[in-house]
Every structure is written in C-alpha cells, then in structure tokens.
Design a protein around this ligand. Sequence first.
Ligand code: CO8
Length: 258
Amino acid sequence: MSEYETILTERTGRVGVVTLNRPKALNALNSQLMREVVAAVEAFDADDEIGAILITGSEKAFAAGADIKEMQPKTFAQVYGEDLFSQWDRLSSVRTPIVAAVAGYALGGGCELAMLCDFIIAADTAKFGQPEIKLGVIPGIGGSQRLTRAVGKAKAMDLCLTGRNMDAEEAERAGLVARVVPAADLQAVALEAATAIASMSLPIAMMAKEAVNRSFETTLAEGVKFERRVFHSTFATADQKEGMAAFVEKRAPKFVNG
Ligand code: CO8
C-alpha cells in the first residue's frame, strides 16, 4: 500500500511521477497534500535512478488552489506562527528537473505549484489564474513573484487584481507555459519530455537547470559569468567526453551520470 493518501506516485523508467489525487476537492492543496508532494518529490530527487520528475493532476483539475475550507477558520497568529505554505519553498531546492503537466484548473496555489516546476506543458483545457483577491487574500505560494517574472507586470497585475482566469492559449502566448497540446495527448507528451530529460546526463541537466534559474537571481553579466564557469566545469565530467565522442562517432551517447 502506498504511504501517501492524497497523491499517487509511480516510476516510469527514470521518471518519477507524482499525481495529485483529491478528486472530490479538485486537488485542493491541503496541508497533508503539501507534506506528501514535498516528501515524494524530495524522495525522487534523492534517488539516483530518477532523472526527471513529472507533477500532474486530473483531467478536470491540476489543482483548484490552496484548500479554502482548511484555511477559512485560521487566525493571523496561526498562519504567521506556522508560516503557512512555507513548506512549498522546499520544491525550489530540488535539483532534479521537474515538469508540470496541467489540464483543467490551475488556480491560486495550483498555478503557483505549476510555476514551482521548471516548465509547464498544458492541455488545451488548462485554465490558469490567481483568484485569491476574490477571497480577500493575495497569492501566498509565490504567485505574485513568479507570475510576474513569467508573464510581465501587465498581465500579472491583470490576473492578480481582477482574479480572472486565462486559458492555455493565452498562457502560452504570455510565456507561462512551454507548450500546449490536445488534452488527450497531455500525459504522453509530458512523459515523453520528462523521459527525454531523464535520458540526458543528470549532473549536466542539473547544471542547465541551475544556470537558467540563476538568471532570475542575478545581473546579466554575473549570470553569464556563472554560466561560463559551469560550462567549463562540464569538461571535467565523463559525460562531456562521452557526449562529444558519440557525436563524432555518429552513435547515441551512453551517459554514466558522472
Ligand atoms: N479549496 C477547497 N475546496 C475546493 C477548492 C479549494 N480551493 N476548489 C474546489 N473545491 C471543492 C468544492 O468546494 C467542491 O466541494 P463540495 O462538492 O464538497 O462542495 C468540489 O471541490 C468541487 O468544486 P465545485 O463544485 O466548485 O466545481 P465547479 O466545477 O463548479 O467549479 C472551480 C470549479 C471554478 C475551480 C471552483 O471550484 C472554484 O472557484 N474553486 C476555488 C478556486 C480558488 O479560489 N482558488 C484559490 C484558492 S486560494 C489559494 O490558492 C492561495 C491562497 C494564498 C493565501 C495565503 C494565505 C497566507
């Protein structure tokens, strides 16, 4: 029996899949689900046999937000005291690449969880939004920051202030999602992308992820310098030798993750 109650986990080759599974609540993110997602993702991250992680939900909802019923009775002292939602920040320290496959609602905390992943593949049924303002709160899992970096001030203000949703096509145009695919193809396409990542050298994929993420934290000149040094360090790996040799010898590389 699975150790988890609100999520399903499985391994498909070198991909660790986490499926949010609270169908009656449209995968609303309660504290148990938060604990379980963080634990499952960290366990995959620590596993040498896993080269990519895929987080997904159901056809109807990736996640319809933080669990409003759980939050409703809380006082300021409680949410401040427990630092509500801070556990989600642990996903930003995960070094294995994480893909989000989003169909249906990705609202509030659902949109924020998708944005905590490295990139989003969306079904044409996906709907993204930060509707917290309609509940008398604001985004609390990084939405005001990550959405603004992803889509710019104009659209982030529009979404956070009006609480409206945007569909998958608008989200792709705005740069929030990497690809939009027909809903029926979502799981296959997302698994294919995660499998492609997992077939690369894991340390090199981690370096690529770290380099892209650095661009959000530093100046262009410092970021380019960081990238150059990490690029140089790839030459210390067996996988750089193998990758380039395989190209020259016109064969597929066999990476050893070292
Ligand atoms: N929390 C708890 N339960 C939920 C949530 C949620 N976010 N979303 C849906 N559910 C439940 C419904 O209550 C319902 O349960 P029941 O059958 O027991 O009444 C069940 O899921 C099905 O939902 P609906 O009947 O509403 O389904 P519809 O298809 O009619 O509507 C919607 C789907 C439009 C997605 C609708 O459910 C909805 O608007 N949900 C809420 C969306 C939302 O506002 N999300 C943002 C939540 S706040 C947040 O994520 C971040 C908060 C940050 C706060 C920081 C504080 C420190």
